[in-house]
Each structure stands twice: as C-alpha cells, then as structure tokens.
Design a protein around this ligand. Structure first.
Ligand code: GLA
Length: 369
C-alpha cells in the first residue's frame, strides 16, 4: 500500500465519512395527522447531510473539524415531535411561499390586493401560519442527493396561483448544494430560502459570537420597528453592519445602534454584489476554536444574516431539547424582505410560463490555527 493510500484510509477512519457518495433513506416518525416522514442521508467526501420530508428540512450536516473530528454543525431536534412543537424557529426548513416578511400581510399584484395571514407583529413571516416548513414534501432519490417537491394550491395561505416547487439537495466534496425551481399557473410572488442554523462549534451549545464573519456586501436594508425594510439601501461603511473584512460576530452586536436594538442583534438583509441570477460568494464564517469554515455562494440578490436572537432556551418535544440565544446563525439567501411592496427591489413576481431557478451552496472546509 502506498503512503498516500494509507493516509486516505486513515483519514476516512478518523472522520468516519465515506469518500464514495451514497444516499440512504430511513423513517423519521409520523405527523399528528398521520403522515409518514422520511429522512434521507446524503454522503460525499467530507460531508454527510440528513434531509427530512417534513418542511424539506436539513436535520444534520456532519463535517470534520481541523483535527478530523466529525460533528453536526446545524441546530435541530433528535426526533420529529420537537420540530412539530417548535412553530417559530424554522430549524433547517425550506421557507415559503414568501421567505421573511410582508408588511401587514398585504401586497398588490395586477391591480388585486391580497391579504396573507399575519403571524409576526401584524406582518406575515415565512409564508404565514402554515408555511412550507410545516408541510410534508414528496421525495425522489437522486444518485447524489434527494429532490423534494411540493404543490401549493391557488389560495394556499392567501397567495394566488398554484405554485409547483422542486428543491434538489445534492452533496459534493465538502458541500451541500440546493437547487430551487418553481413555476405557477397564475401571477404570484415567491421567495424561497433555507433556514439552517449553523453552529460550527459542532456542539449546538457554544454561541456563534466568537465566529468570524465576512459578508460580501457593501449595503444592507435597514428596517422599521417591526423588521420591515424602510426601502433604503444603506452603506455598511462605518456601522456595525460592515462585515467586508472578517469580523467577530460578537464584536459589535451590543453597540448602541438603533438597528441592532430593534432586532436584538443581527437580523437584516445584506445586498450582495453582482446581479440577481449570477452565482457569487455571499458569506464566509470561520470558527477559530474548531477551524471549521463555511462558505456560502448563491445566485440570489440578498442574504439575511440572523444571529439567533430569538432562540430563548424554550424546550420542545418529548426530549425537552432547547437552544439558547445566539447558539446558531442563519444565512438565508433570498430576495429582499417585503419586496412586493418595494418596486425598486429585485422583483419576486413569478408569471405563468416562467420557471424561477436559484442555487445556494454551503461549502465546509477547515483552516489551520
Ligand atoms: C428570520 C427572521 C427572524 C426570525 C427567524 C425565525 O431570520 O428574519 O426575525 O423570525 O427567521 O425565528
């Protein structure tokens, strides 16, 4: 055996992660209304991701740290009942039909005013009271992943048009790629994203405040008291929102800044450089303690960086699992919040005959001390 092979085999033994890709399926419980939920585990070199059909949610992503020790780097629950009981945190979910907020749940399209359910301080959040995160999706196994699909009927949560959604999760060396495709039979608005909470420490307990974040963005969208964008694209320069150079998340989170006070930390949309539809790097997170690095690329025009401010330690499910404030961070690649009420923002309107495609990739690597 050559020295190189010996090294590869030793690495596989210590990381416990297959170099060969594979997909396996297992049951993950039953919803209170009797629907069976499955979990698919996708393996490729340096990554193992588990995705379940309830909410098309990422339930685990296992990656090695700088010493090869593998751990789960996303927050979640060990069983389905935890996910069902927790109605407000959207762990790992695909959120839709409209990710993030629509002011007062109202928007106009082709002269019609639509009212969608309000579930967050008089606004509509993440698709309303029963968004896509709370539905059981159908799944099709792929050679290197799984495709989750959903048909959201005309009028579902007040939105016009039957929206057909396909979300493909695939794994490739160290990365989890998400390809979205949606189409409608009537003009509608749509904004899909993934709501994983990353905890690169891998213990689900250490806060993200020591993580170093880079956001590839010069502007962000400031918000009103209920987290609705004012419409302004404000420069990040000279503010705690400037992550153009890698900066520790906790460095300025408690600054005396009106925007940080409104959200209780970071919970804002950053305007990415480069056009909508063009793949670009959105964010990079480095955990100095474990050496784990997460790089996020996307074709979306924005990213919601949320520092887990509303995680409050409430226990959910039979196992009473809880998550404390700031123990996870979200990088929700998206169109801007409340776009239907801001004609100057990139449009979220989808017309019949069109297919909206977008791609986001989470790549994991490690960095030496
Ligand atoms: C998004 C929102 C936050 C919060 C979380 C879910 O990130 O912007 O305000 O609602 O989802 O808890």
């Amino acid at each position: 055996m050559t020295a190189r092979w010996l090294k590869v085999m030793l690495l596989m033994m210590t990381t416990g992660i297959a170099a060969q890709g594979s997909v396996t399926k297992a049951p993950f419980g039953t919803t209170p209304d009797g629907k069976a939920v499955d979990v698919y585990t996708l393996k490729a070199e340096g990554i193992e991701a588990s995705i379940m059909t309830y909410g098309a949610r990422v339930v685990a992503i296992r990656t090695p740290d700088r010493s090869g020790k593998v751990a789960n780097v996303v927050l979640g629950y060990s069983a389905l009942d935890g996910y069902i009981a927790d109605k407000t945190q959207y762990f790992g979910a695909i959120v839709g039909r409209y990710g993030n907020r629509i002011a007062l749940g109202k928007f106009k399209l082709n002269g019609h005013e639509y009212q969608v359910p309000t579930n967050d301080h008089a606004n509509s959040l993440h698709g309303g009271t029963v968004g896509y995160d709370k539905l059981v999706w159908s799944a099709k196994e792929l050679p290197d992943g799984v495709e989750m699909s959903l048909v959201s009927k005309d009028g579902d949560m007040g939105y016009p048009g039957t929206l057909t959604v396909h979300v493909k999760y695939t794994v490739h060396k160290g990365s989890l790629r998400i390809d979205y495709a949606s189409s409608t039979d009537k003009a509608t608005v749509a904004n899909l994203t993934n709501h994983s909470y990353f905890n690169l420490a891998g213990d689900g307990k250490t806060t993200v405040l020591h993580d170093e974040l880079t956001l590839f963005s010069d502007k962000y969208t400031p918000v009103s008291a209920t987290l609705i964008p004012t419409g302004e694209l404000a420069p990040v320069a000279g503010t705690p929102f400037d992550f153009r150079k890698a900066t520790t998340i906790g460095a300025r989170i408690h600054d005396d800044n009106a925007q940080l006070k409104i959200a209780g930390g970071y919970d804002h949309n950053w305007v990415l450089r480069g056009a909508n539809g063009v793949e670009k790097t959105a964010a990079k997170v480095y955990d100095p303690a474990t050496g784990r690095v997460l790089t996020v690329t996307t074709t979306e025009p924005g990213v919601q960086f949320y520092s887990g401010n509303f995680l409050d330690g409430t226990p959910f499910g039979k196992a009473h699992e809880s998550h404390a404030r700031n123990t996870g961070l979200c990088l929700e690649t998206q169109h801007f919040p409340d776009s239907p009420n801001h004609p100057a923002f990139p449009s979220t309107e989808l017309k019949p005959g069109e297919v909206r495609h977008s791609t986001t990739t989470f790549t994991f690597s490690t960095q030496a001390k």
